[in-house]
Design a binder for this molecule. Structure first.
Ligand code: DX5
Ligand code: ZN
Length: 224
């Protein structure tokens, strides 16, 4: 497995200065741009649509990690492939035919991610684990930035890590929601290797400093 990855969530960026914020992430030690798409149906909030994603794609120099919080995500697989997404993550709870959806994402040349809400049992992924590139464990109820990390998620990370080890595949474990400098180490020790952070980064004046602080914490993770 490669080094741990940090993915700032642009949901918490200053949309009046979106280009500036994307460029600040470009210049930082972050690895991905995390893009949250919400439809007001699957989650009780609407984030931003294609013109904004197009702007992000134009200015971003790091790969795009797209998190779809929408019903029937199959409708938009090709659209996000055309926009240049590297990872496309759909919600387990939003897919009637998850296996087919994962094949369709990979057929478009993207890595296939599956996100699970806090209430969803991680073991439900067992039958499709070999078709997944990224498991995204939600550590808040999706829909809003700035919520507190749900502590029970740490147990879930340990379970998914075992499942992935048993599969023998190189699958990333992404954590999303409430990730901060002061909890990232415990989250990494539980098994996550890709960290989404929105408010922890963009609510501070110096984004780079926060990302460097997260990196420093990750450097101290005890080997398991
Ligand atoms: C929430 C989104 C997250 C959100 C994280 O539904 O999926 O990516 O931006 O925000 P923070 O880091 O503020 O919890
Ligand atoms: Zn997200």
């Amino acid at each position: 497995m490669n080094k741990t990855k940090i993915a700032p969530s642009l949901l918490a960026a200053d949309f009046g200065n979106l280009q500036r914020d994307i460029e600040l992430v470009n210049k930082s030690d972050a690895d991905w741009h995390h893009i949250d798409i919400m439809d007001g149906l699957f989650v009780p909030n609407i984030s931003y649509g294609m013109p904004v994603v197009k702007t992000i794609a134009q200015h971003a120099t790091k790969p795009l990690d797209v998190h779809l919080m929408i019903v029937d995500p199959d409708r938009y697989i090709k659209t996000f492939a055309d926009l240049g997404a590297s990872i496309l993550t759909v919600h387990y709870e939003a897919c009637t035919h998850l296996h087919r959806t994962l094949q369709a994402i990979k057929a478009e040349g993207m890595k296939a991610g599956v996100a699970l809400n806090p209430h969803t049992n991680i073991l439900l992924l067992e039958d499709v684990i070999k078709d997944i590139d990224v498991v995204l464990v939600m550590s808040v109820n999706p829909g809003f930035g700035g919520q507190a990390f749900i502590p029970e998620t740490l147990d879930k990370l340990q379970i998914v890590k075992k499942m992935i080890q048993a599969s023998g595949r190189d699958i990333r474990i992404e954590i999303d929601g409430g990730v901060k400098v002061d909890n990232i180490r415990a989250i990494a020790e539980a098994g996550a290797d890709m960290f989404v952070a929105g408010s922890a980064i963009f609510n501070q004046p110096d984004y780079r400093q926060v990302i460097d602080g997260m990196r420093a914490e990750l450097a101290n993770v005890s080997p398991t």
